[in-house]
Design a protein around this ligand. Structure first.
Ligand code: CUA
Length: 355
């Protein structure tokens, strides 16, 4: 670096060297940018890339992104070419343009064209914002999502706005049908963002915001809180599972039903342990656990992840989470649960039966 600065200072005295180095740096910069483009991820499974849209809204956002990208590439290339031309030829001979022509060139290329291009891009962006934030069609599936530090409560509503099923951190939606999402917050400002399905919408305490999307392909799409909301903001993720309408209807019916009744002695013991130790904060419909501070766990075993998409939902991870959640996600509201190995085992057997 010091050598580079030294050389730059020497080059100030020797313009011929300066121009050749400037050209070299330009070439290097262009090579780096094209290299970065080639590195764009191509694996779309669970990616959070807005460049792999899976809904009509996200397709519009992607289109705007590419328009802005290519506009920037063209403008950047043109400006760099002019700069290179100026550096390479400017010091060797006097300007080929008269003073008036130079002035006109600056006004046209430096004021008029940028004003036109920027107006067009802002106009496009506003029009897109209007179209993706429009009112959802009346037949849309109604889902209410509430952001909590640091997890997502997901409630499915019927036509009268009554809650029919509650889950957490995993949202299932039917493919090719509009989904209207009512967004609220239970504590601080969060932001609902599933890059492959829709842009961000803030979740503000005391206010209900709305978003909607129509998934155009089946699959799992990762979502992420997009507004800094405290210590575990980065681990406030969730999964949207888009599936065929019939499959979704089965899933919703299952989620709306109460929990399975324990069929073994160990599971029954696990339920009692749950009611004594966990039931003040968590709810399992159909049992005496009716807490509302943490996620509803009625169908915990049907979910693919734990702790807001922090861990895979495997028995070992669940054991680790119950034993010491503060180690995995420091600052979250769940305290350690002190259980004997046998109690923990029975609790896990019970939770495993909640599909
Ligand atoms: Cu919630 Cu960031």
């Amino acid at each position: 670096m010091n050598q580079f600065i030294g050389r730059m200072l020497t080059n100030r005295i020797n313009p011929v060297h300066q121009t050749s180095h400037a050209g070299l740096w330009l070439v290097l910069l262009c090579a780096l940018s094209s290299g970065a483009l080639a590195q764009l991820p191509t694996d779309t499974s669970m990616s959070q890339s807005a460049l792999h849209p899976a809904s009509s809204q996200a397709q519009d956002i992607e289109l705007l992104w590419w328009i802005m990208f290519w506009a920037s590439v063209i403008i950047f290339t043109a400006v760099m070419a002019l700069l290179a031309w100026g550096l390479l030829s400017g010091r060797r001979r006097p300007s080929v343009l008269s003073t008036t022509a130079s002035m006109r060139f600056v006004l046209v290329a430096g004021v008029a064209i940028p004003a036109l291009v920027l107006s067009a891009l802002v106009g496009g962006s506003l029009m897109l914002g209007r179209s993706i934030a429009s009112t959802p069609p009346p037949d849309a599936l109604q889902v209410r999502v509430t952001g909590w530090m640091w997890w997502w409560e997901i409630e499915y509503l019927d036509d009268n706005g009554e809650v029919v099923a509650t889950t957490a951190n995993e949202m299932h939606v039917p493919v090719d049908r509009p989904v209207a999402v009512e967004l609220a917050s239970g504590d601080v400002i969060h932001s609902f963002w599933v890059p492959r399905l829709q842009g961000k919408t803030d979740m503000v305490p005391g206010k209900t915001n709305n978003s909607w999307f129509t998934a155009t392909e089946t699959g799992e799409f990762r979502g992420q809180c997009a507004e800094f909301c405290g210590l575990q903001h980065a681990l406030m993720a969730f999964v949207v599972v888009a599936q065929p309408e019939a499959e979704f209807a089965n899933w919703l019916q299952r989620q709306a039903s109460p929990a399975n009744t324990p069929t073994t002695e160990a599971a029954q013991h696990g339920l009692e342990i749950f009611e004594q130790n966990c039931g003040q904060c968590h709810r399992i419909r159909g049992t005496n656990a009716i807490g509302s501070l943490g996620p509803d766990l009625t169908h915990l075993a049907s979910r693919n992840t734990l702790a807001a998409a922090t861990l895979p939902n495997k028995r070992g991870h669940l054991a680790g989470w119950i034993s010491d959640p503060q180690r995995i996600k420091p600052g979250n509201n769940m305290p350690r649960t002190l259980l004997s190995p046998q109690e923990l085992n029975h609790l896990l057997i019970f939770l495993d039966s909640l599909d």
